[in-house]
Ligand binder design. Structure first.
Ligand code: AMP
Length: 295
């Protein structure tokens, strides 16, 4: 595995890979890697000849009172995980190289960036869309891999790829969970043992809602209430909403298309998000991938 710290160096290496006819896959991350990231790398390896992963804690997607300064990191562990899972090149760029003096161009994801997490984290998705666009321009992968865990992020990236005619196939992979149900997240490391137990109410609520759906419940308000009744251990419930899983539009009345029940809340200072897809499909996450590359 090659560690690459500069963009020109990466471009030279990628050129050689492409000359060899390599199908290039890309897995962008913010580091402090866990099995969720490992699963994206595995999906990438299964479909591509070369796996490019990146670690970059993107300052423009954090608000002033958020955890940018204390975001967890462990580069030795991350490198070992990437090596173990067959990453070809690990890009670890400097913020000064990505955001050079005078940087002023951002991508505005529109209304989709202002709802759900966007309404609690103003500017977050503008930062996300901008860094993802930059990284896609730098790596120019054939396929790029994202987690269902960040459903709204996946929807915003899908929309951006489509709207801006980016020549990349987007793949969304299922959420990986701890054995007790907690969705894996780098931010779980902020939780004390007591808080971690309280956090389990989120996955319990999602599971109960999925079960109700499987048993035939289709009323949006009924499904949302099933979840809300179990979200009792959160210090703050920010939202619990049923949305179209592709567009993030709210679903009212009956669930008739691929839906996502999305939850965000706080345990102490730690903000957690999670979601479950409600669908009759045996593999609903597959439906989130953008296969056709826009002309
Ligand atoms: P992050 O490092 O948190 O920015 O996440 C990098 C990528 O990993 C994003 O596409 C996330 O959606 C994905 N990801 C994070 N947690 C999980 C998880 N538990 N399961 C699957 N993918 C995940």
């Amino acid at each position: 595995m090659r560690i690459v710290r500069s963009i020109p160096e990466l471009r030279v290496l990628l050129k050689t890979l492409r000359k060899q006819g390599s199908r290039v896959g890309f897995v962008p991350t913010m580091g402090y890697l866990h099995e969720g990231h490992a699963s994206l790398i595995q999906h990438c390896r299964a479909r591509c000849d070369s796996v490019i992963a990146s670690i970059f804690v993107n300052p423009t997607q954090f608000g002033p009172d958020e955890d940018f300064e204390r975001y967890p990191h462990d580069l030795d562990h991350d490198q070992a995980l990437c090596l173990k899972h067959g990453v070809t090149m690990l890009l670890i760029p400097e913020a000064t190289e990505l955001y050079t003096t005078g940087f002023s161009t951002f991508i505005d994801p529109g209304p989709m960036g202002q709802i759900l997490c966007g309404s609690y984290r103003p500017g977050h998705f503008r930062g996300v869309a901008t860094i993802v666009a930059k990284l896609l321009n730098i790596v120019q992968p054939d396929l790029a891999f994202f987690g269902q865990k960040d459903l709204q992020q996946a929807a915003i990236v899908r929309r951006m790829v489509w709207d801006l005619n980016m020549p990349v196939e987007l793949v969304v992979a299922p959420t990986i969970r701890e054995s007790d149900g907690l969705a894996m997240s780098s931010r779980n490391s902020y939780l004390s043992i007591r808080d971690r137990i309280r956090a389990l109410c989120i996955s319990r609520a999602l599971l109960a809602t999925a079960n109700a759906f499987q048993k035939g419940a289709r009323s949006a308000s009924e499904l949302v209430n099933t979840a809300k009744q179990l979200l009792v251990d959160l210090d703050e419930l920010q939202y619990c909403e049923l949305v179209d899983a592709l567009t993030m539009d709210p679903i009212e009345g009956e669930v008739k298309r691929l839906a996502g029940l999305c939850v965000a809340g706080k345990i102490g200072k730690t903000r957690l998000i999670d979601n479950v897809l409600l669908s009759e499909s045996a593999d609903p996450t597959r439906l989130l991938s953008l296969v056709a590359i826009p002309d």
